[in-house]
Design a protein around this ligand. Structure first.
Ligand SMILES: [Mn+2]
Length: 327
């Protein structure tokens, strides 16, 4: 690791040690890495006896990550008045400013707090004072692993579970291309520190209910391949989704499963929400960067997994062809 980067991790820990009251922020519609990196930092804040608030603008699904330590400390409700009390803000896994759910506050630097960003997404916005971005890292928890190691912070069983959960969920259990030798080495080190891989897998993979699986079957039913671009896509309308009482997590599982389709360059899952359409792009094909398309459509993400949202529109079948129509 370059000396510059080591210095940044040391600076970050220095700032954390100096802080009295820290605000942790993770991204909207949090995934396993977002939640586990936040839980990890809460664990550290508690250990250092810091005051803190951990914020995610979307309410966490009750059951999904309750096995992680400190998940009960993450709130979707933060009073504007207490904002001035924070002397340090730490953004985790956010990708871009918009996904913090607090873009205006952070961009305008209303109260001049020092902002540290830990992330592994490609850079989009410039808003932090100390940016620690490792696009080659499998997960944000892998980035935080470096923070722990460089600063000789003890890795407890709780912390090990957080690091491993981020790596497993963001690599889809070592299936995605971001599964590096380093990620596997860190994962195995976390097992030595007491992380419980079977428990993590049980809670993040073997956690689908019947409506989830039925929605998957709907997406499979409508799966279409565009031969010209060698591109597969499927559609879930508001009606399909309303019929099922599914967990949010299922969409990742569906796009993951569709990516198993042999020979296509990329897949797209479009799903209709109230007055908007959300797209998820995945690819396992060498050389394909789906984030370019996501960026064109106002979204972002990684080369092999990215997404976008189109506002004020819906999906309709017109003359046997799916169309996105503005409302
Ligand atoms: Mn992540």
């Amino acid at each position: 690791m370059k000396i510059m980067l080591i210095t940044k991790f040391e600076q970050a820990f220095y700032k954390i040690q100096k802080a009295h009251n820290i605000l942790f922020i993770t991204h909207q519609r949090p995934d396993g890495d977002a939640i586990s990196s936040t839980c990890l930092m809460i664990e550290l804040a508690k250990h250092l006896k810091k005051q803190f608030v951990a914020f995610c603008s979307d309410k966490l699904n009750d059951n999904n990550f309750s096995f992680l330590p400190n998940v009960e400390n993450i709130t979707d409700n933060i009073n504007s008045n207490i904002f001035k009390n924070f002397d340090l803000i730490i953004a985790l896994d956010c990708g871009n400013l918009k996904r913090t759910g607090m873009a205006e506050k952070l961009k305008n630097k209303e109260l001049n707090q020092f902002i540290i960003e830990f992330d592994h997404h490609p850079k989009v916005d410039n808003y932090s004072d100390l940016e620690i971005r490792l696009p080659e890292a499998s997960s944000t928890t892998e980035v935080l692993y470096n923070l722990l190691k460089i600063n000789n912070i003890k890795i407890t069983k709780n912390i090990a579970n957080c690091v491993l959960t981020g790596i497993l969920t963001d690599t889809s259990n070592f299936l995605h291309q971001n599964t590096s030798e380093k990620a596997i080495n860190i994962a195995s080190e976390m097992l030595m520190y007491g992380a419980r891989m079977p428990q993590i897998i049980k809670n993040t993979l073997y956690n689908k209910n019947l409506p989830d699986i039925k929605l998957l079957s709907k997406a499979l039913d409508d799966l279409t391949i565009n031969k010209k671009y060698n591109f597969a896509f499927s559609i879930l309308t508001l009606k399909d989704i309303h019929k099922a009482n599914v967990t949010d997590d299922i969409y990742n599982a569906i796009t993951g499963f569709l990516s198993n389709l042999h020979g296509v360059k990329a897949i797209l899952l479009l799903r209709e929400e109230k007055n908007k359409v959300r797209g998820s792009l995945r690819s396992v094909y060498p050389g394909v960067d789906v984030s370019k398309l996501a960026n064109l459509l106002g979204g972002g993400g990684h080369a092999k997994a990215s997404g976008f949202v189109m506002e004020n529109c819906g999906i309709k079948k017109i003359e046997n062809k799916w169309s996105i129509i503005s409302n």
